[in-house]
Design a protein. Structure first.
Length: 180
């Protein structure tokens, strides 16, 4: 039995309708996962499953989500060990401690190429920084991410399938894993 993390890409079901975490847990359980937990209402799952390829885990969850919510959504999975490595590799620890909301990571299904740093560099003004670590893109927004031109540049069309989480979420998911 292994622990996994699954991250849902941002989505809107329809105006006034949102994904309730109880239903999301039920969906994960219906496709065979156990001890399913969520973090707040943010589309982050921690669960147990037999050892499997991440692509299989993602596909099962995406199929279950489509069935139960009527909408396709990309889901990115990591093993617990991979998540711990991801969290420990934060290249902006000082900024993260000052304000974890202003540091984020785009967790990718397929690792990004180093050339992404050059292509996104023009968006790194006013103290913003980016770093590629193990194929995922870390960002220090140096202020509210919503005011940055970098955040809207992080599209699936430009980068591929991935989803962005802030440092506080990364740290809280790691704590969920540690709690078992």
């Amino acid at each position: 039995m292994m622990q996994y993390v699954a991250l849902l890409y941002s989505f809107v079901l329809s105006p006034g309708q949102r994904v309730v975490m109880d239903r999301l847990r039920t969906t994960a359980e219906s496709v065979g996962y156990r001890s399913v937990r969520t973090l707040a209402a943010t589309g982050n799952l921690v669960f147990e499953a037999d050892d499997a390829e991440l692509a299989d885990i993602e596909k099962r969850l995406e199929t279950g989500f489509q069935r139960d919510f009527g909408k396709a959504v990309d889901i990115i999975a990591r093993t617990a060990d991979q998540w711990r490595v991801l969290a420990a590799a934060n290249p902006f620890p000082e900024a993260s401690e000052l304000n974890g909301q202003n540091v984020g990571i785009r967790v990718m299904r397929q690792p990004l190429d180093k050339s992404v740093i050059d292509s996104l560099g023009r968006y790194c003004t006013a103290g913003k920084k980016i770093a590629l670590v193990n194929g995922d893109l870390w960002m220090d927004f140096a202020a509210k991410p919503s005011t940055s031109k970098l955040l809207p540049a992080l599209t699936t069309k430009r980068l591929g399938i991935g989803t962005t989480r802030n440092w506080n979420t990364v740290r809280n998911v790691a704590a969920m894993l540690a709690a078992g």
